[in-house]
Design a protein around this ligand. Structure first.
Ligand SMILES: Cc1cc2nc3c(=O)[nH]c(=O)nc-3n(C[C@H](O)[C@H](O)[C@H](O)COP(=O)(O)OP(=O)(O)OC[C@H]3O[C@@H](n4cnc5c(N)ncnc54)[C@H](O)[C@@H]3O)c2cc1C
Length: 447
């Protein structure tokens, strides 16, 4: 593949890169797209089913979202549900019961208030008492057949899509893209080592040769920032890689059970989920642990961590501000302890008993090799740890760099649509917004 020119080159064959390949090929008249993936398969890292919680985040059970964010995420999540209707083989989208569980008087009061506030946007959610919870999830409501002692309440539903194998979905996007008139070139084992800018194109150096592009989108997870920095962009950003681990228990839950978020804590509260690749088990987690590497279960990337952290006074100041808060500090230390072999089961069991009160430390098995890494972005200009997704879109360039922690897999088509609009405008492509809105957005484009 020496010096071949493509209209668009996408770096990263995770869910973000694959979703963009699909939208561009299906709804624009782009002639050629190359997808360059470092490893020898699509979705090998965070988009793989073993790396994430496999949740289609609709905003209904995520108490860390305010109503506006929940409504937006719901529309983006719905794009995946609508996409699934267009394919012959759907091996990625599943229905299970799901709920937010409140435990104790204070949480029950907060949940009831939230349920009513969100009712118009999520009319299918029902307010459940302990008896109804016991029907849907006996292990949550009962201990040895008797009601658990604390007051519990849930906001839940039983007939909505809520679980996705994002690895399978990534492959489905590429298969669908290949059915269009666009030339799709997926190049595996093609780590992009360098991107250079020329007058009217970019060149990307990989072990498989050099790829030329009129537009480059880098959706390389935590590595996106390093590639941006190489070209002099995003120098005011750093990456803080937050690993998430899980524990297995034998199947105890029928669906997804999310807990109430502590507003002070930056990462999602503990939840229990079915595991689409280990259906006889229930997965509990994720934990949150800062790791000094950019990929979870691969060799190396320690040096890349330091290069993308760019430790300086400002980064230290952001850490300091986080650690000053005792709730966050305790949470960080506790999550660190969840990784220490001898004590971790006992400690984790205490937290997990909020979901399954009869659970014992002996029931828990640390899920080896499961759990990916969220590339959280530190903005050194605003001095904050950004919790959502971040993109760098340099002015007067045909370049986009995406960093997508949770819920980046759910919002893949929403993000891809945003990028598709930019690419179509820059390259003068026709974008069939009406068709896209009819297929994926129930006929109504985003505002
Ligand atoms: C513990 C955990 C739980 C999560 N749970 C959920 C959930 O339930 N629901 C949800 O919506 N989201 C969840 N997420 C987030 C979700 O996994 C990510 O947002 C999503 O997978 C990001 O996809 P991506 O394609 O942007 O990145 P990735 O999947 O990380 O893909 C990036 C790709 O780029 C490749 N790459 C890197 N560098 C190069 C290079 N130089 N050249 C070529 N290729 C390169 C990598 O090999 C990789 O394949 C979770 C994340 C974690 C860690």
């Amino acid at each position: 593949m020496k010096n071949r020119m493509f209209d668009v080159v996408i770096v990263g064959g995770g869910i973000s890169g694959c979703a963009l390949t699909y939208l561009l090929s299906k709804y624009t008249d782009v002639k050629s797209i190359a997808v360059l993936e470092k490893y020898d398969s699509l979705a090998p890292l965070n988009s793989n089913a073993r790396s994430n919680s496999q949740t289609l985040h609709c905003g209904d059970i995520e108490t860390n979202y305010k109503l506006e964010k929940a409504k937006l995420v719901k529309r983006q999540a719905n794009m995946l549900v609508n996409y699934a209707k267009t394919v012959d083989i759907n091996d990625f989208l599943y229905k299970f019961p799901k709920m937010i569980l409140a435990v104790g008087d204070d949480e029950c009061e907060r949940l009831e208030k939230r349920h009513h506030e969100f009712a118009e946007a999520f009319p299918y959610m029902e307010l459940w008492d302990a008896e109804r919870i016991a029907e849907v999830e006996p292990a949550v409501a009962l201990i040895d057949g008797k009601p658990r002692p604390e007051k519990i309440m849930a906001s839940g539903c039983t007939d909505e899509y809520c679980a996705v194998n994002f690895g399978h979905l990534s492959k489905s996007f590429i298969n669908s893209a290949r059915k269009t008139n666009t030339e799709i070139n997926v190049s595996l084992s093609s780590e992009v080592e360098k991107i250079s800018k020329f007058d009217d194109h970019y060149e990307l150096v990989t072990p498989q040769g050099t790829f030329m592009a009129k537009f480059v989108v880098v959706s390389a997870g935590a590595h996106s920032l390093l590639l941006a920095n190489q070209l002099g962009h995003g120098l005011d950003l750093s990456i803080l890689p937050m690993a998430g681990s899980f524990y297995y228990v034998p199947k105890m839950l029928n669906g997804k059970v999310y807990t109430m978020q502590n507003d002070k804590l930056p990462f999602a509260a503990l939840h229990g989920d079915p595991d689409l690749v280990e259906m006889e088990k229930t997965r509990l987690g994720p934990t949150a642990l800062v790791l000094p590497k950019l990929e979870r279960y691969t060799k190396g990337t320690y040096l890349d961590f330091w290069r993308s952290l760019k430790l300086d006074r400002k980064v230290i100041r952001v850490f300091w501000d986080l650690m000053k808060d005792s709730t966050i500090r305790n949470y960080i230390f506790r999550n660190f302890a969840f990784e220490i072999p001898i004590i971790r089961q006992k400690l984790f069991a205490k937290d997990a008993q909020k979901i399954i009160p009869s659970l014992k430390a002996e029931d828990l098995e640390y899920a080896k090799g499961i759990g990916g890494l969220r590339p959280q972005v530190i903005n050194k200009t605003t001095m904050v740890l950004q919790l959502g997704e971040a993109s760098i879109m340099p002015e007067n360039e045909n370049l986009i760099f995406n960093m997508t922690p949770s819920p980046g897999a759910t919002t893949c088509l929403g993000n891809a649509y945003r990028d598709t609009k930019i690419i179509a405008e820059q390259l003068g492509l026709n974008l069939d917004i009406e068709q896209l809105a009819n297929d994926l957005l129930d006929g109504q484009d985003f505002d």
